[in-house]
Design a protein. Structure first.
Lengths: 189, 189
DNA sequence: GGCAAAAACCTAAAGATATTAGGTTTTGTG
DNA sequence: CACAAAACCTAATATCTTTAGGTTTTTGCC
């Protein structure tokens, strides 16, 4: 009776482990233990431990892209912005390990084929509800991506601390402010 | 002749190493090699390897806070916003290792005494140049912190890819958009 | 100056993880 | 059913972390 290891199963198990424990603690050793095999056996399916992490990152980006697509579907304008922002934040809260994985630095060729591209496309689609010059869209996409990533990161890391108002309130206000920003986007003179 | 190890010297050396190589590669072993001592000797000065990383993170936050303070000094309004934003971005580019360290999750008591608090104070000071209701300032501080962190992170990680316009241009436009956002900050009805 | 106590540094050992080389056992297919 | 490929294993090396318990340098005080 073999354990039935597979690249996909290993990465899927790693993804679960990341959320259950922490992305940093997803090791080949831990996976081998979980499957009841020797560590060396994993090397038939994964080139090295980095390949595991990269695989998890790609899974994470795909899932995030799915949420983003769902969020912008059938919505526009402020509704779409709020839904897209919440998709990011909710994902970070529901899947802390995957969210961390999604922030991994990926080799450019992989990044170009990752769900990250789809997230950017969804963000761009959302912007159709605002009146930006086409050339400005890419800048807005980057800025919004920065906010979505940054806010969830700071919130999860506890930087918003135990002082001051509920981060959720800041998030609501922040989304409104971003909506205002998009409506008043400065046109390059 | 002793090596003259000190908690401070070790952390300082670790900080340099982080920028020279990468934060993840700052290990007790590497430091011991550099100082020509046995690894175990470091434990007289640092409780464990986590203490080293935390120490570097605190150094990083302090340096960032220094830059932030310098940026907002003598400036206001859009000038202050741009200078503060650039302080973050320039710091991330000049000190990739420290910037990574600065994003470490810190235990709350430490975070509360870290340079991160000073960065928030400087951001709040910058907001005086805008017309926000006092109660909104904290939300704006959090949103701006998210952008500054997020943009530098995405830019450094290569997420802005080799396609599309220069990230520096997006940054310029982003700062203008943030300026517009602050000038049109939505007042909670 | 000399001498204890403290501080600095060392040796030794054990436990994790990652990786490679090469062997054995399943398993499915002709 | 035999055999080749795939799956999994043993063994060995290397790196990093941490603890326990020594030895040597420094330091400060008589």
């Amino acid at each position: 009776m073999r354990a039935g290891l597979t690249r996909e199963r290993l990465i899927a198990a790693g993804a679960e482990l990341a959320d259950a424990v922490a992305f940093e603690q997803v090791t080949l050793s831990a996976l081998a233990r979980q499957f009841g095999v020797q560590v060396a056996s994993l090397y038939s399916h994964l080139e090295n431990s980095e390949a595991l992490r990269v695989g998890i990152a790609l899974v994470a980006l795909d899932r995030l892209a799915d949420r983003a697509a769902e969020a912008v579907a059938g919505r526009s304008g402020r509704d779409a912005l709020v839904a897209l922002g919440n998709a990011h934040r909710d994902f970070a809260h529901a899947h802390p390990g995957l969210f961390t994985a999604a922030r991994m630095d990926l080799p450019p060729e992989l990044a170009a084929r990752s769900g990250g591209v789809r997230v950017a496309q969804m963000t761009r689609a959302m912007l159709r509800g605002y009146d930006l010059p086409e050339a400005e869209e890419v800048h807005a996409v980057r800025l919004l991506g920065s906010v979505f990533l940054g806010f969830a990161t700071l919130e999860r890391s506890g930087s918003f601390g135990h002082s001051g108002p509920d981060p959720g309130l800041s998030w609501q206000q922040g989304l409104s402010a971003l909506d205002a920003m998009l409506r008043h986007w400065p046109t390059a003179s």
